[in-house]
Design a protein around this ligand. Sequence first.
Ligand SMILES: [Zn+2]
Ligand SMILES: [Zn+2]
Length: 256
Amino acid sequence: MKLERRSVFGWGATAAGHAPCDRGLVIHYDSGNLGLHAKDHSACRTYWKNTRRFHMGPSRGWADLGYAFGVCPHGIVMEGRGAKRAQAAQPGGNTTWTSCTLMTGPAEDITPAAIEGVRQLRAWLRTNHGLGTGVRGHRDFISTSCPGDKAYALVRNGTFSKPPGSGGVEDDLIGLSKGSKGEGVEAVQEMVRLAGHGKALGRGGVDGIYGPGTAEGVRLCRKDVGSAAKAGYGDKITGHALAQLIAAVGKHQGGK
Ligand SMILES: [Zn+2]
Ligand SMILES: [Zn+2]
């Protein structure tokens, strides 16, 4: 992971208080299309400094830059308040979740480098700071366009939940079945949860183990989008089942 600490920007220790911030990662964006992907990384550093100045200025008056981290389109992780500090990013989750902005606008695609940067940041936080498995978007906390439809689609389909070095998420999910374990299963379970069937997962929740609860959750998701969904229909992630899972998430989230 290419991490630029606060010292790179000439900042001392943050004035923000300590907080657990261990439920997972929350993805944000900038409301403007900044075009940083087409510029040199020095533009990202300037953006990061300006964002802090704005957040600490008269219109916001915050103690520090609002976010814990940023990942630029070049895939470089930039430290804001840092790990385990209270943020001014997602009301309702400022002391329990860890924020990460992608520095993109609504029309901008999330670069493969940025996706990899988020995965690296998440893996690093999980190893070194006890971060939980959750991955959410700002709009999961309050009514906002953030993190934009493009990034939010990646939140929902499990792209950010994959380990660093993974390819496209879909290829890795097809073929998972009862008895499978790991991050791919977590992505399936997160989709089941986002489709409104988190209860089916049982007490284990999103635990990376494809057991009877996960199978039932997948079956219910398929049923939601018109499948006959007989017994056994949730036991394996076929290409068709995956397409139905994605559709079920869209249907449930769209109805909110
Ligand atoms: Zn946001
Ligand atoms: Zn950059």
